[in-house]
Design a protein around this ligand. Structure first.
Ligand code: CAA
Length: 387
């Protein structure tokens, strides 16, 4: 799949190659088994860490690689093209909890949490959603109450990627009081560690796709946190989370593009080999038109993503572009994987080829880190911003 539209720097090319070789050697041989058995192999974390892939966006002063967003997304696409479960681990860790601590953490919090996260010695998770608060995230109910030099948290977080394996969990909880609710401005961001009494891992989701990525509920039952584990200001946690999701959504776009590209590669190779009516099926226009549309959508999604990431690297606001990128890339992933199955026919519907796994993995990119409907709301709102 050509990258000709995106002129990569020498460094980006080197990172791309390293990610591609790593994915081929350390992930590809196991992906189908991990998916079938819904198995998260923790050794992957150490291997990603060894490459520096869990601290890609963290400055070298905090033990990260200090790379820009574009370079990070190049690597993420390579991983996603081989295994979307490993890609989401990498995306959530790099884009959400790590970025939140980097942007809003105190020096002490950076020393304690960011440094090990950047080295990959500590895995991060992001806990915003709740059973009753998904798209309408600011209605979350988990309550934090200040008690002396501690905060006491009660509630349940849902859909937490890496939640049962994380060493550092960024959890959003209400800091306002039931008698004085402040909506999105009454939420704090807390750094939760699994050693704290009062934290239990709840239901592990049995998912359609991304089966090698653990997704769990977390229960906080009088979970007592040192006051020093509050990130930034008590009423700003929702805004920190939204700002981090601007970046997180670029990661999900890269993941979706990786999935879509893998589906295109699978279908292209199959169409060259498969013979019907005396010809390889790639000679039929019905197949050519599908492949052409798939390639066009993948290339357009990638071009939008890199334009958005370049804006981010220039320090410009990206809320709208990030939602556009995620929307376009995730719909491309779903559409492209559907076309791939159609081209493979019966072989697309069984596990002999990766097409069915790619199709199952693609679906969630239209749902998590904001559904396609939420992305459209964000995009439309921005059209009227300032008017
Ligand atoms: N950047 C900075 N600030 C932002 C912001 C952004 N992108 N988006 C909102 N804000 C600020 C607003 O400016 C506002 O601040 P003020 O009070 O100062 O004006 C405040 O946050 C509240 O904003 P809204 O009034 O827009 O809030 P809302 O309740 O209407 O919600 C929403 C907006 C866009 C619908 C938001 O709720 C949303 O994004 N929902 C989807 C949630 C989501 O993506 N969840 C994914 C969870 S993570 C996950 O998927 C699991 C995983 O591990 C992969």
């Amino acid at each position: 799949m050509s990258w000709a539209l995106i002129p990569l720097t020498e460094e980006q090319r080197a990172v791309q190659l390293a990610a591609r070789e790593f994915a081929a050697a350390e992930i590809a041989p196991y992906s189908a088994t991990w998916d079938r058995e819904a198995r998260f192999d923790r050794s992957v974390v150490g291997k990603l860490a060894a490459l520096g892939f869990l601290g890609m966006l963290v400055p070298e002063a905090w033990d990260g690689l200090g790379l820009d967003s574009c370079t990070y997304l190049v690597a993420l696409e390579e991983i996603a093209a081989v295994d979307a479960s490993v890609a989401v681990l990498m995306s959530v860790h790099n884009s959400l909890p790590t970025q939140m601590i980097l942007r809003y953490g105190s020096e002490e919090q950076k020393e304690r949490f960011l440094r090990p996260m950047a080295r990959g010695a500590a895995l991060g998770a992001f806990a915003l959603s709740e059973p009753e608060a998904g798209s309408d995230a600011s209605t979350l109910r988990t309550q934090a109450v200040r008690d002396g030099d501690a905060w006491v948290l009660n509630g349940t977080k849902a859909w937490v990627t890496n939640g049962d394996s994380a060493d550092v969990i960024l959890a959003m909880a209400r800091t306002d009081t039931p008698s004085d609710r402040k909506g999105p401005r009454g939420i704090g961001a807390f750094i939760v560690t699994p050693d704290l009494p009062g934290l239990t891992i709840g239901k592990k989701e049995d998912k359609m796709g991304l089966r090698a990525s653990p997704t769990v509920q977390l229960h906080f039952d009088n979970l007592r946190l040192p006051a020093a584990n509050l990130l930034g200001e008590p009423g700003r946690g929702f805004i920190y989370a939204m700002q981090s999701l601007d970046h997180g959504r670029l990661g999900i776009a890269a993941q979706a593009i990786g999935i879509a590209r893998a589906a295109l590669e699978c279908a292209t190779a199959y169409a060259a080999e498969r013979r019907q009516f005396g010809h390889p099926i790639k000679e039929f226009q019905a197949i050519q038109f599908k492949l052409a549309d798939m390639a066009t959508r993948v290339t357009a999604s990638r071009a939008l993503l890199y334009a958005a990431a370049a804006a981010k690297d220039r320090g410009e606001p990206i809320t709208q572009f990030s939602s556009m990128s995620k929307l376009m890339a995730s719909e491309t992933a779903m559409w492209t994987t559907t076309q791939a199955i159609q081209i493979l026919g019966g072989y697309g519907y069984v596990t002999d080829y990766p097409a069915e796994r790619l199709f199952r993995d693609a679906k969630v990119t239209e749902i998590y880190e904001g559904t396609s409907e939420i992305q459209r709301i964000v995009i439309a709102r921005e059209l009227y911003a300032g008017s």
